[in-house]
Design a binder for this molecule. Structure first.
Ligand code: ADP
Ligand code: ADP
Length: 226
């Protein structure tokens, strides 16, 4: 298996307390991998370490075999989707998605083409002129996904991306996310405290508790207490 993200004995402390405590993980290229655990168990910190928003106190993090110690977030080939999608309210959907490409210096016509293709992928092409306020929660989350994917990252980090949606929409989006991930073949690392969500989508799940990983396995092999 080709390794996309590898953590080796990584720790991160805040005020002397380990949020992430000697965590080792090896996530394969193209895997749908979930970090599951209660609030405060270190899942988000782990994701921020992979993104490069935090630095480990000890241990190493490799992306596609490359040590990240000197690699700033914008050079990591990784993008993140959060629960609060933080779309720009004054921009159309198309411009919201194209924005990340402008920052990277991609020319206007290519920006528009790629942003349109991404909106097509999440089935929002016909409403590309709308502003975020005119969308449903599920649609906004799909725009946030399109925006994170337009740069063609090799790894997408998702921090409770469905947490703000109601149950029905959440189940629908679970299916959509899984389909999208399969189609694109990129690595998804998905943070959730919802067992059902982790089990229904993932190739493998890491179960977090108090900053440590208690088990890593595929959904059929996991031992979970309800
Ligand atoms: P989870 O994502 O599982 O809810 P987090 O990674 O957000 O867990 O948090 C793990 C622990 O680390 C919590 O106790 C949290 O309060 C603490 N923590 C996270 N980020 C910081 C920070 N920037 N400063 C201080 N404590 C933090
Ligand atoms: P999550 O939804 O993953 O639990 P949190 O609400 O714990 O996220 O954290 C949100 C932000 O607040 C993060 O940037 C984290 O670093 C910061 N944070 C979390 N816990 C603390 C803390 N105890 N002290 C300071 N900052 C914190």
């Amino acid at each position: 298996m080709t390794s996309a993200v590898a953590l080796d004995n990584v720790s991160r402390r805040f005020n002397g307390v380990a949020a992430v405590d000697r965590v080792s993980l090896d996530i394969a290229d193209g895997e749908f991998f979930s970090l599951l655990g209660p609030s405060g168990s270190g899942k988000s910190t782990c994701l921020r370490l992979i993104a490069g928003f935090e630095r480990p106190d000890t241990g190493t993090i490799r992306l596609h075999g490359r040590d990240t110690v000197d690699l700033p977030p914008y050079r990591r080939d990784v993008n993140t989707v959060f629960q609060d999608y933080a779309l720009f309210p004054h921009l159309s959907l198309l411009d919201n998605v194209a924005y990340g490409l402008m920052v990277k210096g991609v020319g206007r016509s290519e920006r528009m083409n790629r942003a349109r293709a991404m909106l097509r992928l999440v089935e929002l092409e016909d409403v590309h002129n709308r502003k975020p306020a005119h969308l449903s929660g599920g649609q906004r989350q799909r725009v946030a996904l399109a925006r994170a994917l337009v740069n063609e990252p090799r790894v997408l980090l998702l921090d409770e991306p469905l947490g703000a949606l109601d149950l029905k929409l959440r189940e629908q989006m679970q299916g959509e996310l899984k389909t999208l991930q399969r189609r694109l073949g990129i690595t998804f690392i998905f943070v959730t405290h919802d067992q059902g969500e982790a089990l229904s989508m993932s190739d493998r799940v890491a179960v977090f508790n108090r900053g440590r990983i208690e088990q890593v396995d595929n959904p059929r092999q996991l031992y979970l207490t309800p």
